[in-house]
Design a protein around this ligand. Structure first.
Ligand code: ATP
Length: 249
């Protein structure tokens, strides 16, 4: 169906269509649609905008990625369907690797996602995840990772994550950045930095911030990271939702 531009929920319906196309193409799982539904409900409450707290969290996240030795961006079926070109652009801007990591993993789906990212400009060597050779301490398919990618990373961006893997990565001593519209999720609480925003807004914001902040000295970057408090930021995100519906947002 073609959604008319004049439709009040145009953007939101466009996102749904991209995900449905992702399912048809074998990129996104059906369960990914359900996860999206939870995110969409929170996006409605947030007002489908980047809040101040989300913007500040994005800035801290970019500082952390720029200061990292081995940053990795983890990509699942929803991210690949929604922001394929943008995730490649972000990886190049900050000098990070991309690794495909799926909860509902099949080799065919990993290959399809890798092909989709290559069709959006990634080179063969830029995409990890097709041949995992290491594992994380969790008991499902998301444990499969690459030695030279997520396993060795010091900072991992895991958009739309589940709490278990976020916890596993943190327990391995890694800094974890997540993008999650639900400020109450286990992931949001476990991550080092949570960006409470939609990936379709957060990743482009991060690209812009990375361009502005590239070249900042190490001590300035770590100062930005150290000033960020995830608990406080999540509390701010909840207060922004409340004030939005009290007519103060
Ligand atoms: P947890 O285990 O952390 O409590 P969960 O069980 O809710 O999380 P999933 O079912 O995997 O985890 O859901 C994925 C999360 O992704 C949800 O919290 C949802 O709000 C979020 N989400 C879905 N779509 C988007 C999106 N486009 N942008 C950002 N976040 C999203």
């Amino acid at each position: 169906m073609t959604v008319p531009l004049s439709h009040p929920r145009y953007q939101s319906l466009q996102i749904r269509e991209r995900l449905v196309a992702g399912v048809r193409a074998g990129i996104t799982s059906q369960e990914g649609l359900i996860a999206h539904g939870r995110g969409e409900a929170f996006d409605y409450l947030i007002g489908e905008r980047t809040t101040d707290s989300a913007f500040h969290a994005s800035r801290a996240a970019v500082a952390m990625l720029l200061a990292a030795e081995r940053p990795v961006l983890s990509v699942n079926g929803n991210v690949a369907a929604l922001v394929p070109g943008e995730i490649i652009e972000l990886s190049r801007t900050i000098g990070a690797q991309i690794e495909i990591n799926l909860f509902y993993r099949t080799d065919a789906r990993v290959r399809t996602i890798a092909g989709h990212l290559r069709a959006h400009g990634a080179s063969a060597s830029e995409i990890l995840g097709e041949h995992p050779d290491a594992s994380l301490p969790i008991d499902h398919a998301r444990s499969l990772v690459c030695k030279g990618g997520i396993h060795a990373a010091d900072v991992v961006l895991v958009p739309l994550e589940d709490g278990d893997r976020c916890q596993a990565l943190a327990s391995m001593g890694k800094s974890v950045i997540t993008i999650d519209l639900n400020p109450l999720s286990r992931t949001a609480e476990t991550a080092t930095i949570t960006i409470v925003d939609n990936v379709v807004r957060a990743i482009p914001n991060m690209i812009r911030l990375a361009r502005q902040m590239d070249g900042l000295p190490e001590d300035r970057l770590s100062d930005i990271v150290l000033r960020h408090d995830n608990r406080e930021a999540l509390q701010d995100a909840i207060e922004e939702i409340v004030s939005q519906w009290n007519g103060q947002g």
